[in-house]
Write a protein that binds this ligand. Structure first.
Ligand code: AMP
Length: 430
């Protein structure tokens, strides 16, 4: 016989237990309701894809693709990765299913686990969950940019996330926005930044030094205390945007103002993924320490084409569900255990069948019901009902069964009433 062995969840992944799972359900339910009111529809995506999809979209120089993906060879030697994010999959699906022929903007949302081999800490896991949405808009080449429309879509998406997190009960969060330019202006800015950073190399730590070559924009993300003064003095992208990006960013701010959405421009907000352009945004929440970003998003015009589709504009966000839940718990908005409506306490050999019938009637009426499946003295049964937090105990003994009634005990104050069995559901509802 094999020896017994205990197992534990792998580092960086975790179980979500009740009652916390009720909070997850509530948050996901609110997300579905709010996104439906903005006319978004759910897309359910696979959790693994060809590695190449992420390499092309997220970018090989990003930490996500460079060192954090769970990649393995399939039986046919093809390289597969667990998804580190879902925008690439949404875009792949949009192209694969020819969704550009659908009327209007294509508005999709998703929720589910993502996988990144990051260093685990509070609010940072290797399997974590995101709720996200994307808007994809066909952009024929001969039609000029419509900045107010694009910015209007950006603002709508931001408005939707804010409605969602506010309806979840979060307060004290902050919205940061930035423009990171486009194919025309960003490369010039990146070169300028690289040149400046190279001059200041000695003042930077090893991570930032490495990024000067691989991804200089990411240096702006640095949280290393000793680098902050250096970074604050670097050239800012806002001063190097092309005319079109400046116009778009101006419109975005007007669109947020129109919606009475408070924001702050943060020129250092660059996001870690290659496909973003122009609008980027982030929402932070209080009570989370270093991992305080609960949502990140941005515009990715051009990504659809990069993945072999027709010219298309895109904007989306991903919200870290784990962190939103943590923030709600920190704010005392965690979910209490779902209450048990009724506990059916029965005694007497012939009574069990009636208890089963009563439980079924109450469950059909939508009540949560628990009952013992072995005979128990009433004292013990009622003690258990109290510990389970039941609102009512339905007591069935030989006398009740003979009379076709139940004794209903309201657990909060101990009052008891005799009720005909057929009136039970109505009585509990009242
Ligand atoms: P990103 O896909 O990197 O833009 O991240 C979007 C959001 O997902 C972040 O703002 C976080 O809230 C969340 N997130 C990203 N990585 C993790 C992680 N390893 N653990 C928990 N949440 C994460």
């Amino acid at each position: 016989m094999t020896e017994a062995r205990k197992f534990q969840a792998i580092k960086g992944v975790r179980d979500i237990l009740p009652p916390e799972s009720s909070l997850w359900n509530r948050v996901e339910q609110v997300a579905r309701e709010v996104m439906a009111t903005f006319d978004f529809h759910e897309i359910r995506l696979p959790v693994f894809e060809e590695t190449e999809l992420f390499a092309r979209s997220v970018g090989t120089s990003t930490d996500i693709v460079g060192k954090e993906m769970y990649t393995f060879s399939d039986a046919d030697e093809s390289s597969i990765s667990l998804r580190p994010e879902a925008t690439a999959s949404v875009v792949r699906a949009y192209i694969e299913h020819g969704m550009q022929t659908l009327p209007g903007d294509v508005k999709l949302y998703y929720m589910g686990p993502m996988f990144r081999r990051e260093r685990p800490q509070k609010g940072r896991y290797r399997q974590f969950y995101q709720i996200g949405a994307e808007v994809l808009t066909p952009a024929p080449k001969d039609v000029p940019d419509n900045f107010s429309r694009d910015a209007g879509i950006d603002a709508d998406v931001i408005e939707m996330v804010l409605v969602f997190i506010e309806r979840c009960g979060l307060v004290g969060h902050a919205l940061y926005i930035n423009s990171i330019g486009c194919r025309n202006c960003r490369p010039k800015y990146v070169e300028l930044l690289r040149a400046e950073l190279t001059k200041l190399k000695d003042k930077l730590g090893p991570d930032s030094q490495r990024r000067i070559e691989t991804n200089p924009l990411r240096v702006l993300d640095s949280k290393v205390e000793s680098e902050q003064a250096v970074i604050e003095a670097l050239p800012r992208i806002g001063d190097h945007l092309c005319e079109a990006c400046r116009e778009h960013f101006k419109m975005l701010q007007a669109m947020l103002f129109m919606r009475q959405i408070a924001y702050e421009v943060n020129w250092r907000l660059v996001r870690g993924l290659d496909y973003y352009m122009r609008t980027t945004f982030e929402i932070t929440a209080p009570g989370l320490g270093a991992q305080n970003a609960i949502c990140g998003g941005g515009r990715y015009d051009g990504l659809v084409e990069l993945l072999g589709g027709p010219p298309t504009k895109g904007i989306g966000f991903a919200l870290g569900t784990d962190r939103l839940i943590l923030a709600l718990q920190e704010a005392g908005k965690g979910e209490a255990a779902r209450p048990l409506d009724a506990y059916v306490a029965w005694m007497g050999a012939s009574t069990y069948a009636v208890a089963v019938r009563v439980a079924r009637t109450l469950r059909d009426a939508g009540f949560s019901v628990e009952m013992p499946h072995e005979e128990m003295k009433f004292k013990k049964s009622l003690g258990l009902a109290a510990r389970l937090g039941a609102r009512f105990a339905v007591i069935l003994g030989d006398n009740e069964v003979a009379a076709g009634t139940c004794t209903v005990k309201r657990m909060a104050d101990g009052t008891q009433q005799t009720i005909p069995e057929r009136d039970l559901a109505g009585h509990l509802r009242a």
